[in-house]
Design a protein. Structure first.
Lengths: 236, 531
């Protein structure tokens, strides 16, 4: 069994103490202490993330530990995402670990991890099942068929901004009320005056590399900025 | 014969990509906050020197094409009035220090020349910083020199949120919206934070009208089927029209590697010998952390010298001479590379060379000069290589192979080992829980108004800020860990309280206002992006 227990993150007060936490007041008191444990109690779950071609990182929440022993079963679901009947690995969880690094060679397979409890009789009682994790192959593909495409519409097509949301309309309205003194607010007002972003240039290779003539004078750009904080506060 | 127009038929293309990103650090609750210096240092040593360099190229009539990704957090900080004011104070203090240094080093010509250089550069920084830098980069894009692309809204690492596509989509959609606000146009492409690609993200990119992204070399080399041209041509991700460009390993190594790469040359400036640590405490006290912690001031007098503690004084002109040599070497090697590969291809190969922008100037002090010489050499001294941006390349070569790239990142070991590590893995249960709650709330409230809407929007901001890949990265690398942990905890706590108040119909207007003024990124955000 090639499973590696992750080390607990030390969340002791001494480690958290730093000069900032002593001179600053936190913005909010955490409702529950925010450390390694879940923010609020939840129904049991297990999640899995692909770390690299051979390792899965799984973490879970198991509110009722009772006297039963938690256990993980790893299933290879490479074929049609269907689990094989027999787990490729069974891992007995030691201590009060709530996460595990699982070594699952070879590369390129898909897995699902089940969280369960082993009953005194030795059977496995499944509590939650993870998402399917697809691990990369980590090698050059043996397939060499070449297929070409020319989806040029994406490049030459002119993209327009989506319609304004309620938030944006309100934000831009505030900006409109202020004289456009800053570069950023100026760009917003230009944006508002229905000026569409320029289309991607349809270019030939020769034209591509010739820059447009210089027309912008920096001296014309105003300096004093409008506080964006003020803008936020004015929102409804 | 020298030419000022790019070669009509280059043997190869070079796409230089500079990725500018810093986490959102803004603390109005303190007069001074050490981590805000990350921005000020990057402005002084990277963003402004790059701007000056680009401007000089434009003034000299030199054609160039550079791709830059500017993360929404960087753009937001560069246009934030509080941070702009604080930068002016910061640079004024540095100017004062440089003046005192000229006085102090009067009897030491080598140091005095250096001090003069710093005073000169800092004065430029002060002048240029009076117009927000985003506008100045935008002007270079509008003139056709830069192609600026976007990034994840807060540089969230996508592979760890892939099982909640709404969360990934929000990172992309909020970034695109923010980009449109700053640059008055739609972004052509995106820099996937940390080059973190997972199969399926291309559909979200396409939904957001993004045409291309960058992956690390093995993202393409291990694609299915095998790409005919390897990393030397982009591919379209199967089922979409989104192109993936792959990083070239050789050009990366030349610049990235501290040992074999150019930045390790003994003539270049030594990063780790700063007067903030070297000089008498009472003298330097006004220019370091007010509570007396020594830190980098940006004034450094030594060169790398070699593997010795006895560093020799820095000679800027000698360093620049090395930068010229290194630019020549880089160009020569890219030319060779292109010649070798071109023979086997039906089109000129594209060599994609992406770097963290902050490498240039901040870590590698002469980086912007190297880039300057490289661009000038490309324009004047050869016809083999032409600079290109991805959009230009796709317009010229719209037909490309269709493949499915492989899960990958540009982090250590090429996958997620950096961001899923025993030092930081505890954050994901919180982030996943927040992502789920956010989508549930967004669906539950179709068209919230008033304070409910504000609470939901702020929840979205707190979630995005908590997702920044920087926190996990810092926890892994082990410097400034407390700050990264504190930021994660704070955003989780803020989000949790807002969500609880919302559920219990007990929203606290003052609390929401406080958060809105502190964590004020994306004023235009709408929580509906999660619905």
């Amino acid at each position: 069994m090639q499973a590696k227990k992750s080390k607990k993150t030390d969340t002791s007060a001494s480690r958290r103490t730093n000069r900032h936490s002593t001179i600053s007041r936190p913005l909010a008191q955490a409702v529950t202490p925010v450390g390694k444990k879940a923010v609020t109690p939840v129904t049991p779950y297990i999640k899995a993330l692909p770390r690299d071609p051979e390792w899965i990182y799984a973490f879970w929440e198991l509110p009722d530990k009772a006297a039963k022993k938690p256990m993980l079963q790893v299933f290879d679901v490479t074929a049609n995402n269907k689990p094989s009947a027999i787990p490729v690995q069974s891992i007995e969880i030691t201590g009060d670990a709530d996460n595990w690094y699982i070594h699952v060679p070879p590369c390129g397979h898909k897995y699902a991890v089940e969280l369960g409890l082993s009953t005194p009789g030795g059977s496995f009682h499944s509590v939650a099942r993870s998402n399917v994790v697809a691990l990369p192959r980590a090698a050059v593909s043996r397939h060499t068929t070449v297929e070409w495409a020319t989806p040029h519409a994406n490049i030459v097509q002119q993209s327009s901004p989506a319609p304004l949301t309620q938030e944006e309309a309100a934000y831009y309205e505030v900006v409109r009320m202020h004289p456009p003194t800053t570069a950023s607010s100026r760009s917003i007002t230009t944006y508002l005056s229905n000026k569409r972003p320029p289309a991607y240039r349809t270019l030939n290779p020769q034209m591509l590399l010739t820059p447009a003539p210089i027309t912008v004078e920096y001296a014309t750009i105003a300096i004093a900025p409008v506080s964006s904080t003020a803008l936020v506060r004015s929102l409804p | 014969m020298p030419t000022l127009s790019p070669p009509l038929y280059p043997r190869g293309y070079l796409a230089l990509v500079l990725h500018a990103h810093l986490p959102y650090v803004r603390h109005p609750e303190h007069d001074y906050f050490m981590e805000e210096n990350w921005l000020y240092e990057a402005m002084t040593e990277t963003y402004i020197p790059l701007l000056i360099m680009f401007e000089n190229l434009v003034d000299d009539g030199i054609p160039f094409k550079i791709t830059m990704s500017m993360s929404p957090t960087v753009c937001s900080m560069l246009t934030d009035s509080l941070l702009q004011e604080r930068y002016t104070k910061y640079i004024d203090r540095l100017i004062e220090l440089a003046e005192r240094e000229i006085e102090r080093t009067r009897n030491n010509p080598a140091f005095e020349t250096c001090a003069q250089m710093y005073l000169h550069k800092f004065s430029h920084c002060r002048r240029i910083s009076q117009v927000n830098l985003v506008t100045q980069f935008k002007a270079l894009q509008d003139k056709g020199y830069l192609e600026i692309i976007t990034c994840g809204a807060t540089h969230g690492y996508f592979p760890v949120m892939q099982y909640n596509p709404r969360a990934v989509n929000a990172q992309i959609a909020v970034a695109v919206r923010s980009y449109e606000k700053f640059f008055d146009r739609h972004p052509g492409g995106i820099w996937l934070p940390e080059c973190g690609y997972y199969p399926g993200i291309e559909k979200l990119l396409e939904n957001n009208n993004l045409s291309y992204f960058f992956s690390d070399a093995h993202g393409l080399l291990f694609a299915e089927p095998q790409p005919k041209h390897g990393v030397y041509a982009p591919i379209y991700c199967r089922g979409t029209g989104v192109a993936a460009f792959a990083r070239d390993n050789a050009s990366s190594k030349a610049v990235w590697s501290a040992l074999e790469g150019y930045p390790g040359d003994e003539n270049y400036r030594e990063f780790y010998r700063d007067i903030g640590f070297d000089l008498d405490f009472n003298y330097i006290k006004p220019y370091i952390d007010p509570i007396g912690i020594r830190l980098n001031t940006g004034i450094k007098y030594y060169r790398i010298t070699g593997k010795t503690e006895l560093k020799k004084p820095y000679d800027h002109n000698a360093a620049l001479a090395r930068a010229v040599e290194h630019a020549r070497d880089f160009l020569f090697k890219r030319g060779q590379q292109a010649e070798q590969v071109a023979a086997t291809m039906d089109r000129p190969p594209i060599i994609v060379a992406p770097y963290d922008a902050e490498l240039f100037g901040h870590w590698w002090y002469e980086g912007p000069d190297w880039l300057n010489y490289l661009i000038r050499k490309i324009a004047f001294e050869q016809d083999t290589i032409a600079l290109v941006t991805p959009s230009d390349y796709l317009a010229a070569h719209p037909t490309n192979q269709v493949c499915s790239p492989s899960y990958s990142s540009w982090g250590d070991k090429g996958y997620s080992d950096v961001w899923i590590d025993k030092s930081n893995d505890w954050i994901y249960r919180h982030l996943h829980s927040m992502e789920e709650k956010m989508t549930t709330c967004a669906k539950a409230y179709n068209s919230a108004t008033g304070i409910t809407r504000r609470a939901l929007n702020q929840m979205a901001r707190e979630l995005l800020l908590a997702q920044a890949s920087d926190w996990a990265f810092i926890m892994k690398t082990g410097t400034m860990v407390q700050y990264a942990e504190r930021r994660t905890r704070e955003h989780v706590a803020n989000f949790t309280r807002l969500e609880k108040d919302l559920r219990e119909h007990a929203l606290d207007k003052n609390f929401i206002s406080l958060l809105e003024s502190h964590n004020n990124i994306f004023p235009e955000i709408s929580y509906r992006v999660y619905a």
